[in-house]
Design a protein around this ligand. Structure first.
Ligand SMILES: Cc1cc2nc3c(=O)[nH]c(=O)nc-3n(C[C@H](O)[C@H](O)[C@H](O)COP(=O)(O)OP(=O)(O)OC[C@H]3O[C@@H](n4cnc5c(N)ncnc54)[C@H](O)[C@@H]3O)c2cc1C
Ligand code: SF4
Length: 328
């Protein structure tokens, strides 16, 4: 590992200005992703600014939203009674990720900004446009079972690994930041980028922009929600495909729905096409499958991950059917 300087900032403003003034510096939270990548020499910051004590580590209820401090650990978030009751899909998504020990250390801010698990990205001996722009993409002709089927580019087909982000995108979460140019409230659906010609850029955040909290707007029917994750092992594995869904169905009709997918794109994927098919339509298995097919119509799999299309179709239809039956 390359030597680096560790720095504790007294407050958010100092952390932001320190980072903004130091091109090769990074924020450190739980370190469960960043430190691994430093050991692999994928990330080689000169300075680490520890922000773990700077933002809130509490989940707070407000009249219109629930605010999750950026330093809330994954364990605290998953166990929070308000999250479990009002947004069960979020608690389930967090519990579907990593292990108990990791969740005790990992934070909400760090989870959203963890980097792809593409094996070539993590192996500095191989070409990778995301790690080393312009060198090529080893995954296209290599191992890409876990890679994207929607929104990929010729430059990169990596997926975003966060489970939490998928549930939060379905719930219209808003990410609050403080950066060198002030504060911003960024809808989570717009935080992560598609790879395009700049796969090295994961998000729209500026260098030195700190996530301070995440707001989940109130949504009554989110109490009827679920997160489901298909993976190669029953635990301690990233999603091949995941689905977060909340359903409001009355008298055989879908009044409202929230749907997002994970493991299939460079960003947590809000399934807006499927939602449009579902809203106001019949709450039937046939309609659920039609909606899933509409979402996946533009899927462009690589030869080794074509299986993700039928898997996603079945998971979307399955989770909606289950939410419908729970409601009856
Ligand atoms: C073996 C293993 C299995 C895992 N399995 C899963 C899984 O199945 N599902 C899943 O979702 N995750 C999984 N994870 C990932 C884990 O959840 C993340 O590593 C963790 O959430 C990252 O949080 P952290 O606080 O440790 O972030 P760090 O590692 O400290 O930081 C991650 C990134 O975020 C930046 N950062 C941190 N906080 C902020 C902030 N407030 N503002 C701006 N930038 C910030 C850092 O600079 C860094 O770039 C796994 C990890 C491991 C090691
Ligand atoms: S898919 Fe993206 S991260 Fe993986 S090797 Fe290709 S460019 Fe790198």
């Amino acid at each position: 590992m390359k030597p680096f300087r560790y720095q504790l900032a007294p407050d958010v403003g100092t952390a932001v200005s320190t980072l903004a003034a130091t091109p090769n510096a990074a924020f450190l939270a739980g370190g469960t992703n960043l430190v691994d990548l430093m050991k692999l020499e994928v990330e080689q910051p000169d300075v680490l600014v520890d922000v773990r004590q700077l933002t809130s580590d509490r989940v707070e209820q407000h009249p219109e939203f629930v605010r999750i401090g950026a330093a809330v650990t994954n364990s605290t978030l998953a166990a929070d009674p308000v999250i479990r009751e009002r947004f069960p899909m979020l608690s389930q998504a967090v519990l579907a990720g990593a292990s108990g020990q990791l969740r005790n250390l990992a934070t909400a801010g760090g989870n959203l900004l963890q980097r792809t698990r593409c094996a070539y990205f993590q192996d500095v001996t191989t070409p990778c446009n995301k790690r080393d722009p312009g060198t090529g993409c080893s995954a296209r002709d290599g191992f890409h079972r876990e890679h994207a089927i929607l929104g990929a580019s010729d430059m990169c087909a990596a997926t975003h690994p966060s489970d939490m982000a998928v549930a939060m995108v379905a719930l219209d979460a808003v990410v609050n930041t403080q950066g060198p140019h002030g504060q911003r409230a960024i809808p989570l659906v717009g935080l992560h980028r598609l790879p395009g010609n700049e796969p090295e850029r994961d998000t729209v955040l500026e260098h030195g922009e700190l996530i301070t909290s995440i707001d989940i707007p109130s949504l009554g029917f989110a109490a009827n929600s679920q997160y489901r994750k298909a993976r190669d092992r029953a635990s301690y594995a990233f999603a091949l495909v995941s689905v977060a869904a909340a359903l409001d169905a009355v008298d055989g009709e879908v009044r409202d729905v929230r749907l997002a997918l994970g493991g299939i794109a460079h960003k947590p994927w809000r399934a807006t096409r499927a939602e449009a098919v579902l809203r106001g339509g019949a709450a039937t298995k046939e309609k659920f499958r039609e909606a899933a097919a509409a979402e996946l119509a533009d899927a462009r799999p690589l030869p080794g991950n074509e299986f993700k299309i039928p898997l996603a179709l079945n998971m979307i239809a399955g989770i909606l059917t289950e939410l419908l039956e729970v409601r009856r």
